[in-house]
Each structure stands twice: as C-alpha cells, then as structure tokens.
Design a protein around this ligand. Structure first.
Ligand code: TMO
Length: 321
C-alpha cells in the first residue's frame, strides 16, 4: 500500500475499490512473489541435496530461488527475521533447542514433519567391539577409553565430534558423566568419513559422531553408544538425567523428529510454494539416498537433487496438485 500513500485522500478513496478487487483476485490465484525464496544450506550432505531438491521443485513452479550458506544454529534466528524463508531439516537432537528458542520469540513456525525417525549421537563401526566387547553400553565404553587414545589425547580416549556448529555438547557430556575421553571436533562432515575410512583399513577402534538417516549406515555397519536415556530437560535442568547436579548427563534423543520450519511471512509472500512445502515429507531411506549420491557417488549437490527428483517423480509430483 505504499503506492496509495502518495495519492491525495480523495484519489485514495476513489481507487480503494480497485485495490481491494485486485488484492482479492491475487489471493484467489495465490500468486507467489517474484522475489527469490532464500533457502539456507548447511554442512552435511542430505540437507544440501534436500534443499536443492525443494528449490528445484519451486523453480519448476516458476519461482526464483537463492541458496545461502548459513550456520546451522543461527539459521533459526535468520528465518524468524525473514532473512531466510525455510529450513528443510530441523533435527531434534542438534537443533531442537535453537528452533524452540526462535519459535518462542516469534516469526518462525513448524511447516511440516518428515516421515522420519532421527538419531544423532556417539557411534562406532562394528569392528570396534573387538577391542571393547561391552559396547554399546557407555560405561563399558568408558572402561575401554584407552583403546581410543591418540597422540592428540594422550591417556584419554578420543571422541571425534562433528563440526562445532552442530552444538552437540559432547564436552559437557564427558564432564557430566566423568568420562575418560577428550572431544576433538572434526572440521567438516567429510573429515568424519575420512577418519572412519582410515580406521577401517586396520580395524582401529574408533568412536565418533554419526547420525541416521545417513549414507554411512549402508557403508559401515555400526551402533550408537547407549547413554542414560534422553529426557526433555536433561540439557537444562540438573535434576533431570543420571546425576542430580549435572546437565547433559544423558544421551541424545534415540527417536528424534525431523521437521521443516518456515518464516511466518512465507504463506503470504509465496503461498503456492508454501502450500507445497507443507506437503513435503521424506523418509529415512530417501534422506539416506540423498546423502549417498554426494558422499558415495561423488555428485555435486545440485546434480544429486536433479537426479533424485527425476528418479522419484511419483513421490513429489503429487505434492504439486
Ligand atoms: C545435524 N546432523 C544431521 C549432522 O547431525
């Protein structure tokens, strides 16, 4: 309505019915804005491929899309403020707290929920059990800590964590559970897989951060470490969890959600794209396949997204109806 504000009051009154009619017609047709839909990209493959798949679906509807590399925690604040339109992978374990905090401030909401169960936690390939037969129990792991020692960690075992922005609070967990481990964060997801592949050569015991759905489960059979069970509040309330005076004295959720988040302004600005976004729902095998196309097959994420879409039209075409 900024255009009408420059008109005189009488002109505005004369034009008012026309503007009302025009905006009603616009609403009925649900025309999307021609501004690009900003889709944030992070640092693990399924999220990047899925973002491109969703973006390519929007482009097929006539929308323009831009991809912006964004910190995976700060993204919720960016969406809340309208600097990004949506997030295709809100993992409960890594991002539930940041998402909830942004929802509480306002401007962002849950737009969908994948038909997927997620888990993110300490994990080992099965050959590790030879050196530490009591696994997957966390206390058995702790008793075997020296089997995971590296020059970098001295006497202590090394836990190879993910990139720091995934904010897994592993050092807090080690501290809360008095574990004989030192957390070393990998600089990238690719560094995790490189270390795992190197350990596989001579079956060196290794415990590292991993998650499901992911391509890794098809390449390296393995198991998650069983920590004291996650309960909501374990990360904020000392009374919750194994010890009455510690936070993070528990594992991550073993059956976490995977949601889609959107900026509150999206339904009005891009109603058609938003209607599709609400229908989007991927499964564990579909998400693992998206990661595999990049991490195993070596495709570029945009090519992987295009390949996935063309091989799976029966899944996503109905979302456009
Ligand atoms: C956020 N992540 C799926 C890498 O754990």
């Amino acid at each position: 309505m900024t255009r009408t504000s420059r008109l005189s009051r009488s002109a505005r009154l004369a034009l008012a019915p026309i503007f009302v009619a025009a905006s009603l017609a616009g609403a009925a047709q649900a025309e999307d804005s021609s501004d690009p839909i900003t889709i944030p990209i992070h640092n693990w493959s399924s999220q990047i491929v899925m973002s491109h798949a969703v973006g390519q679906i929007f482009e097929g509807m006539g929308n323009s899309v831009e991809y912006v590399s964004t910190d995976s925690q700060a993204v919720y604040e960016a969406i809340r403020l309208g600097d990004a339109a949506l997030e295709v992978e809100v993992w409960e374990g890594a991002f539930g707290a940041s998402f909830d905090a942004a929802v509480a401030k306002g401007g962002i909401h849950e737009a969908g929920n994948h038909n997927a169960v997620t888990r993110e936690d300490w994990w080992y390939p099965l050959w590790t059990k030879e050196a530490c037969p009591g696994l997957p129990d966390w206390e058995a792991l702790n008793a075997c800590a020296s089997a995971f020692a590296t020059p970098e960690t001295g006497e202590k075992g090394r836990f190879l964590g993910g990139p720091v922005d995934w904010l897994k609070h592993d050092a807090e967990k080690v501290n809360a559970l008095s574990m004989n481990f030192t957390v070393v964060n990998a600089g990238s997801a690719a560094a995790l897989w490189a270390e795992l592949a190197a350990a596989e050569k001579d079956k060196t015991p290794i415990v590292l951060f991993n998650w499901t759905p992911n391509f890794a489960e098809a390449v390296w059979p393995g198991e998650f470490v069983e920590f004291p069970k996650w309960e909501p509040g374990c990360d904020t309330d000392p009374a919750v969890g194994l010890h009455a005076d510690k936070v993070y004295d528990c594992g991550n959720p073993a059956d976490g959600y995977l949601k889609i988040a959107a900026w509150d302004g999206m339904p009005e600005k891009w109603p058609a794209a938003y209607a599709v976004l609400q229908k989007i729902s991927f499964t564990n095998p579909q998400i693992a396949e998206m990661a595999k196309l990049v991490d195993v097959d070596g495709m570029e994420p945009e090519d992987a997204a295009a390949a996935w879409l063309s091989a799976n039209e029966a899944i996503w075409k109905p979302w456009l109806e």
